[in-house]
Design a protein around this ligand. Structure first.
Ligand SMILES: *Cc1c(COP(=O)(O)O)cnc(C)c1O
Length: 357
């Protein structure tokens, strides 16, 4: 940190993204990217001609066509939707809009690391709510906390999901606070809370094109909720980054929404591959949590989490390991890739086991 760095943010602990090494080619199962390419609609010349705004002009600060396409696909009104530069930007807006020195935040002790990063950045008082013994989120643990609540559903890195009705109970039990549900992985088997946003005006749903729609590099996410909540997020957006969604990404987003079968087919393939991976790991005596996402969280009977991560990396397979908190240190998170990638992972695990003394 230079002597010029603002004391406002000196306590920030930056997010550590999954490694993207270039020293050799890896079977990359560490960042929950989708192994399939984006919809060909999204990449086609027709899309460029039809939906791309001329690039000498600024992108539409209202993202109007994209908002309408999102609203149509979700069954809500355009004023209930706000697109962002990835859902991470939306989460940042939500922290800025709904957390403050007088309104703290609560989220699980094991969840998406970015919530703690944002809370640290803005110095927000944080209550970490422990997951239950079985790693599930207990809805009652969030009743009447008097704080803004962030829940990933399905949760990361566990992959466990709550029924939407349980999230609805959390929203109902916190009528004076916003409940943010991060549905980054919902298309792989979770139940979306979008319909519940019509019933609870304090419920904000956040989704992304990064995982189920194969667009991580295009950076597109969005929030869905009561028009007043969306207006609040817009106040922040116009203070921080008015042209937050670039024209190319907006065009790709619209085209992708026009090709829903492609997304559904890919998600189904990933669910099939997830079931295969889960059964193959269990056949090797791994403990595998019941995932509703495009990754599994698994514990080996033969290796600690750190050792398995390091051994697999040496064999050219990348998975993600979290050293903290301690209760997850013996697990690794494995993204569900193609069948070929998963077979390479399983072969590497078998080699590591054969090499044991
Ligand atoms: C990947 C992920 C995000 C971030 O998605 P972007 O849209 O790429 O910014 C948000 N929340 C969770 C839980 C994620 O796993």
């Amino acid at each position: 940190m230079s002597r010029f760095f603002s004391e406002l943010y000196a306590s920030a602990q930056p997010y550590t993204p999954g490694e993207q090494p270039r020293d050799r080619s890896y079977v990359k199962l560490n960042t929950n990217e989708n192994p399939f390419p984006p919809s060909t609609e999204a990449l086609s010349y027709t899309t460029v001609k039809t939906f791309l705004r001329p690039l000498n002009l600024y992108s539409d600060p209202e993202s109007q066509e994209l908002r309408e396409a999102l609203a149509n696909s979700l069954g809500v009104a355009p004023e209930n939707v706000l697109p962002g530069n990835g859902s991470d930007e939306i989460l940042n807006f939500a922290f800025m809009a709904f957390c403050s020195p007088s309104r703290g935040v609560a989220f699980p002790d094991v969840t998406y690391g970015f919530y703690a990063v944002l809370a640290g950045l803005y110095g927000i008082d944080t209550k970490l709510v422990p997951l239950r013994e079985d790693f599930s989120v207990g809805a009652e643990d969030y009743f009447g906390l008097g704080r803004t609540i962030f829940l990933a559903n399905p949760n990361a890195p566990t992959g466990l999901a709550l029924p939407a009705e349980e999230i609805g109970r959390v929203a109902g039990a916190n009528p004076d606070n916003v409940v943010v549900v991060d549905e980054a992985y919902v298309d792989f088997g979770g139940e979306s809370c979008v319909p519940l946003t019509q019933r609870y005006n304090n419920l904000l749903v956040v989704q992304t094109f990064s995982k189920s729609r194969s667009m991580a590099g295009a950076r597109l996410g969005f929030a869905v909720g009561d028009a007043a909540l969306i207006a609040d997020l817009n106040r922040i957006k116009y203070a921080v980054n008015p042209y937050n969604v670039n024209s190319m990404t907006a065009a790709m987003g619209i085209a992708t929404l026009n090709d829903p079968d492609y997304t559904l087919t890919n998600c189904a393939a990933i669910v099939t591959a997830r079931l295969y991976l889960t059964s193959q790991l269990r056949a090797r005596d791994f403990e595998v949590l019941e995932s509703s996402a495009n990754f599994v969280f698994a514990k080996s009977p033969d290796f600690g989490g750190e050792a398995l991560y390091a051994g697999l990396k040496e064999k050219g397979v990348l998975v993600r390991h979290f050293a903290k908190p301690e209760r997850i240190a013996d697990y690794v998170r494995i993204s569900v890739g193609t069948r070929e990638q998963l077979d390479a992972l399983l072969a590497a695990i078998d080699t590591l086991r054969e090499e044991l003394p």
